[in-house]
Design a protein around this ligand. Structure first.
Ligand SMILES: Nc1ncnc2c1ncn2[C@@H]1O[C@H](COP(=O)(O)OP(=O)(O)OP(=O)(O)O)[C@@H](O)[C@H]1O
Ligand SMILES: O=P(O)(O)OC[C@H]1O[C@H](OP(=O)(O)OP(=O)(O)O)[C@H](O)[C@@H]1O
Ligand SMILES: O=C(O)c1cccnc1
Length: 494
């Protein structure tokens, strides 16, 4: 699907930070622009103090790259940019270079719906420096947000323990694209449906909903409002019962449910949107059951998130369906994932990869150098550890040691013979040509379910999860240490 075309009807190539263009220009001027480089997109810490992150947004990235082209209007805009002296910012030759630019990068990425951990490349881009640089901002924008929301949705769905979660976020989401991307990511993360009709049209997500308080308020009485709704939607009657008096609302719903039964129809259930949801759901359940509506569902909404859902479950609330909006689509408790995109290697004249490192006072922020990859080891279907290694590196068949990139005293020995292995980076583009068939959202959801199933429950705990082991293969660890020490020495010498 051409998501960006459908949404914006034009090129998104200028959806970038200005400094990417100034660097591109300076690379071009210095003659370095066509040097081959490798960049990795990764995050350093799971969101929501959680133990896992779900990668999402790759379909948008593919779409962005396939449409990566400076249009005449883009060039005209850049041509109009001026410096402080009123001189054009960019030379004509550079604008011609951009006009003729074709996307020729290699991109490897983890598939949407994959569980990922800090420091692992979600996307690896190899190509001319200028192109790699021009992709940075859009890739981060897309993957940071959708991975964040897919992860939040997965947490909420884990808390709901298999009961349907309906996504109601459109009205509170961060603008139009924020809402659409959030609905898509929420569906990937396990939500059953969205209230956002355009997300239904664009992505094929099931659309569902109940009705609002205004419907009740528009009639002389709640009972009349319920009757009129039942008349319009005899097969989809879910009554919002809390406009005036919740328990009286349940009584009215039961009355209309009985009328529907006389016509051979069955009311679907009720929705609670305020007050003590544990108390009201239990009272409503008793009333519905006593009236013979044992199959009627109780939907709850009102600023729900994974913590409140867990609490309501612990209180044995009789809620079967969860409507979640604001806290899901805005990732309320952590509004950004914080993934970064870093240069890790440049190709020398001889065709070798020269690893690159960026120092930081915080060891968390020192990148993993080199042209690297990663794989996951499984034992009886459960993921046990991930290893980041240099591309082309040969390993011992007997025994491997992986070393935590932040704390080198944390090490794990792996006997490959006892484990199954999975390479997680998949070829998406080769020299700018797509190699990958985008899966349907249903397939991505299935992948999410399988990936979460392969993760031990200690890593899925919502509070204080157990840390999943991700380490550097020994050779990569030593290379990184050498580079850090020599960069520090060089720096001290100046
Ligand atoms: N039994 C419960 N345990 C824990 N949290 C609950 C329970 N019942 C409701 N909540 C949550 O408490 C928060 C506030 O609910 P509160 O009762 O103050 O709102 P309200 O009365 O519905 O107000 P409003 O009418 O403005 O929506 C909501 O996030 C709601 O989901
Ligand atoms: O609470 P959320 O998780 O964001 O779910 C969406 C909310 O949107 C609707 O409320 P509405 O906008 O009518 O306002 P309200 O909060 O006053 O009910 C609905 O009744 C939910 O409460
Ligand atoms: O369909 C609903 O019940 C709904 C939709 C959007 C927001 N709140 C509720």
């Amino acid at each position: 699907m051409k998501i960006t075309k459908d949404l914006y009807q034009s090129s998104l190539t200028l959806l970038t930070d200005y400094y990417q263009l100034t660097m591109a220009y300076a690379y071009w001027k210095s003659g370095k622009g066509e040097e081959e480089a490798v960049f990795n997109l990764f995050f350093r810490k799971h969101p929501f103090q959680g133990g896992f992150t779900l990668a999402a947004g790759l379909e948008y990235v593919i779409d962005f790259c396939e449409n990566f082209k400076f249009t005449d209007k883009d060039i005209a805009f850049l041509q109009g940019m001026k410096n402080q002296d009123g001189e054009p910012t960019f030379e004509k030759g550079f604008l011609k270079y951009l006009t003729d630019l074709n996307f020729t990068c290699d991109i490897d990425a983890v598939e949407e719906g994959t569980v990922v951990f800090p420091n692992e490349p979600l996307v690896r881009v190899k190509g001319p420096l200028i192109q790699c640089q021009l992709l940075e901002t859009a890739l981060l924008n897309i993957l940071n947000f959708q991975s964040l929301i897919a992860t939040k949705a997965a947490r909420i769905n884990l808390a709901a323990k298999g009961e349907p979660v309906l996504e109601f976020g459109l009205r509170r989401a961060q603008g139009i694209d924020g809402a659409l991307a959030a609905s898509r990511a929420a569906y990937i993360g396990g939500c059953a449906s969205t209230s956002n009709v355009m997300a239904g049209k664009l992505f094929g997500i099931p659309v569902s909903g109940t009705h609002a308080h205004s419907w009740i308020m528009a009639f002389p009485s709640e009972l009349e409002a319920f009757e009129a709704y039942a008349d319009a939607f005899p097969d989809q009657t879910l009554f919002l019962v809390d406009t005036y008096d919740t328990l009286n609302g349940v009584r009215n719903a039961i009355k209309v449910g009985q009328m529907l039964r006389e016509k051979g129809k069955e009311m679907l259930g009720i929705r609670l949107d305020s007050g003590d949801l544990a108390y009201f759901s239990n009272e409503a359940r008793k009333m519905l059951d006593e009236a013979g509506f044992t199959n009627a569902k109780i939907v709850a909404s009102n600023d729900l998130d994974e913590q409140i859902i867990t609490s309501l479950k612990n209180q044995e609330a009789s809620i079967n369906v969860w409507g979640v909006g604001t806290k899901l689509v805005t990732a309320y408790d952590q509004p950004a994932l914080g993934a970064v995109y870093k240069l890790s290697a440049i190709q020398t004249d001889k065709g070798n990869w020269e690893p690159k490192i960026k120092l930081s006072q915080q060891s968390l922020k020192i990148n993993i150098p080199g042209y690297h990859n990663f794989k996951r080891f499984y034992s009886r279907g459960k993921a046990v550890a991930d290893m980041i290694y240099l591309e082309g590196q040969e390993f011992s068949e007997q025994s491997l040691v992986i070393i935590d990139p932040i704390d080198q005293t944390r090490r794990k020995r792996i006997m490959p013979a006892f484990y199954q292995e999975e390479e997680l980076l998949v070829k998406i583009f080769k020299k700018g040509k797509r190699q990958y068939k985008v899966p349907t959202l249903e397939q991505v959801r299935e992948r999410v379910a399988n990936q979460l199933e392969s993760l031990d429950k200690t890593h899925k705990r919502l509070v204080n999860p157990h840390l999943y082991p991700v380490g550097l293969e020994e050779n990569l660890h030593h290379l990184r240490m050498e580079l850090i020490l020599s960069a520090k020495e060089n720096n001290d010498g100046h």
